[in-house]
Design a protein around this ligand. Structure first.
Ligand code: NAD
Length: 242
C-alpha cells in the first residue's frame, strides 16, 4: 500500500535555516508552504502572519493542508527586548500547538537551541539528559527552553507528535547574523582580545546539515522514540569517552 506523504508548513520559512528546510523539501519533491512575518522568497505558497496569532497560524494550516509543521521562527539572539522573546517563543509556540491541534496536524518539529542547557560554564560530552540550568544564561535561551518544554509536553496529546532539536551555532549560505557580527568585530579592530586560555571550543554545524536533521526528525516522528534512562545531574549526563 502506498505511504501517504506529509504536506509541510515551515514556520520562519523566510529565515536562514527555514529557507534551507524549504529548499530541501522542494528538492525531494514534497509539498511545502512557508509562514513568516516577512516574505523573502516567492517559489512556494506563502502565508504572512505572526505566530502569536493563533487564527493566522490555523488559517495557514487549513489553507495549505499541512500535516507536518516545522517551526523555526524566533527573534534573533542578542536582542535586549526580553518581553519579545517570551511573547514569540513561548506564547507563539503555544499558539502554534493550539492551531495544530484545532486543525488536526499530526506532527510538529521545533527548532530549539543548544543554549537551553548552557549556564556560562564549560559543557563537554553532555547529551539531552542534562537538566536545564537553575539560572538561565539570558532571556533568549530561557524562552527557547520554555518553548521546548511546551513542545515536548504536547507530544502524544490530541493526536499530535512532537520533537525538538537543539542546534548549536549554525553557519552557511544565507546567514545574516554570525558572519556579519564577526565582520563588525574585525572592522572595529577588536581582534586583539582572548577569551579564556585560548583553548575554548564551540560547536558549529553547517546549515544544510541542520536542515537535513529537521527532515529526518519529521520522517522518524511516526516511529516509537528510543528509550533513554533519566538522569538528575550533569555528572549523570556525561557520556563515557571510551
Ligand atoms: P532567522 O532570524 O534567520 O529566521 C527566523 C525567522 O523567523 C525570520 O524569517 C523571522 O522573520 C521569523 N519570525 C520571527 N518572529 C516571528 C513571528 N512572530 N511570527 C512568524 N515568523 C517570525 O533565524 P535562524 O538563524 O534561521 O534561526 C532559526 C531557528 O534556529 C531559531 O528558532 C533559532 O532560535 C534557532 N537557532 C539558531 C542558531 C543560529 O546559529 N542561527 C543556533 C541555534 C538555534
Amino acid at each position: 500500500m502506498a505511504e501517504t506523504k506529509d504536506s509541510y508548513l515551515v514556520i520562519g520559512g523566510s529565515g536562514f535555516l527555514g529557507r534551507h528546510i524549504v529548499q530541501q523539501l522542494l528538492d525531494r519533491g514534497d509539498a511545502v508552504a512557508s509562514f513568516d512575518i516577512v516574505q523573502r522568497h516567492f517559489d512556494v505558497p506563502f502565508y504572512s502572519g505572526d505566530i502569536t496569532n493563533v487564527d493566522e497560524v490555523a488559517n495557514a494550516l487549513r489553507k495549505s493542508g499541512t500535516t507536518c509543521i516545522i517551526h523555526t521562527a524566533s527573534p534573533p539572539a542578542g536582542s535586549k527586548n526580553e518581553a519579545l522573546y517570551f511573547k514569540v517563543n513561548v506564547e507563539g509556540t503555544k499558539a502554534v500547538i493550539a492551531a495544530a491541534v484545532s486543525t488536526g496536524v499530526r506532527k510538529l518539529v521545533f527548532t530549539s537551541s543548544a543554549g537551553v542547557v548552557f549556564n556560562g560554564n564549560d559543557l563537554a560530552n553532555v547529551d539531552e539528559r542534562l537538566p536545564y540550568p537553575d539560572v538561565p544564561l539570558d532571556a533568549y535561551n530561557d524562552s527557547k527552553a520554555k518553548a521546548e518544554q511546551v513542545v515536548l509536553e504536547a507530544n502524544g496529546k490530541d493526536g499530535l507528535l512532537t520533537v525538538a532539536l537543539r542546534p548549536a551555532g549554525i553557519f552557511g549560505p544565507g546567514d545574516r547574523q554570525v558572519m556579519s557580527g564577526m565582520y563588525k568585530v574585525y572592522e572595529g579592530n577588536q581582534t586583539h582580545f582572548q577569551i579564556g586560555d585560548n583553548t575554548n571550543l564551540f560547536d558549529w554545524t553547517y546549515v544544510g546539515n541542520v536542515a537535513k536533521a529537521h527532515l529526518l526528525a519529521a520522517d522518524k516522528l511516526d516511529l516509537p522514540a528510543p528509550a533513554l534512562p533519566l538522569c538528575e545531574s550533569k555528572e549523570d549526563a556525561l557520556i563515557a569517552e571510551d
